[in-house]
Ligand binder design. Structure first.
Ligand code: DGL
Length: 274
């Protein structure tokens, strides 16, 4: 029986995480689920994001995933804690759900030299204050100031494949200018949304070279490898045939075309209902 690692995002963004997971853990099986029919999550309320994310996690459990990575900052910020603390003990005490915020926060503490950190994210992630709270908690006092900027147009730009357009440039330049004005001493900028690495070429045009831009894919992959080594009770139950499946709540044709663009190779997807 196939026992893949579940990777969940509201849409395409989680593919930036999946790509790095596959690079670091090529022998494992993965099942990617994009809730493209209901994306974006970033502008939705706490309760809605929690409900949608829990549905996705339950679905991935039904597909035999013993470990699920929430490859979405918005869902990690708004749903992960409740799922871990309230739902898992009831529905699947022997399974695990991990997010993307904690690994990123730990990495920032290693990188920043002056403790001035900026976070770019969806409105939901920014309003949740998850990054400032977690950065204070897990950086061992290294992070002194955290400024945030909500970038509500960036996910629709990615989802609608408007990356190489004047519109993308306009919104990205505007949000970067805003965050740079909020703290003139910024030395580290977190791309706190898994969609944003797909905009990296444009983002880099407006961020001064001295500021380190932190992408999450590689960090999450490294942390997962470490987690599996420390938790053989989970790792040993996962199958390793190097098989990757893709599922979407939207039309498969759209998903296959765009995912191929983002991953740089052809893929086949199945449509599912949550
Ligand atoms: N990739 C999700 C994140 O990391 C995007 C959220 C959305 O759907 O708005 O936050």
């Amino acid at each position: 029986m196939n026992c893949p690692i579940g990777v969940f995002d509201s849409g395409y963004g989680g593919l930036t995480i999946l790509k790095e997971l596959v690079k670091k853990l090529p022998e494992y099986d993965f099942l990617y689920l994009g809730d493209n029919a209901r994306t974006p999550y970033g502008t939705r309320s706490f309760n809605v994001v929690y409900e949608y994310t829990l549905q996705a996690v339950k679905y991935l459990f039904s597909q035999n995933c013993r470990l699920v990575i929430i490859a979405c900052n918005t869902a990690s910020a708004k749903a992960l804690r409740n799922i871990q603390q309230l739902d898992l003990p009831k529905i699947a005490p022997d399974r695990r759900v991990l997010g993307v915020i904690r690994p990123s926060v730990e990495k920032v503490a290693e990188i920043t030299r002056n403790g001035h950190v900026g976070v770019l994210g969806t409105s939901g992630t920014v309003i949740s204050e998850s990054y400032p709270i977690e950065l204070k908690k897990w950086s061992g006092g290294k992070v002194k100031t955290v400024v945030q900027e909500a970038c509500p147009m960036w996910v629709p730009i990615v989802e609608n494949n408007e990356i190489d357009t004047f519109g993308a440039d306009y919104f990205i330049e505007k949000n970067i200018r805003n965050i740079l004005q909020k703290d003139k001493k910024l030395d580290t900028l977190i791309l706190g949304c898994t969609h944003y690495p797909l905009l990296l070429n444009v983002i880099k045009k407006y961020v001064p070279n001295k500021i380190k831009i932190l992408e999450q894919g590689e960090i999450v992959a490294y942390k997962l490898l470490d987690y599996l080594t420390r938790h053989p009770e989970i790792g040993n139950k996962l199958t390793r045939n190097g098989k990757i499946q893709f599922q979407t709540t939207e039309a498969t044709e759209n998903f296959e075309n765009k995912a191929a663009l983002f991953l740089g190779r052809e893929i086949k997807a199945n449509n599912i209902h949550l």
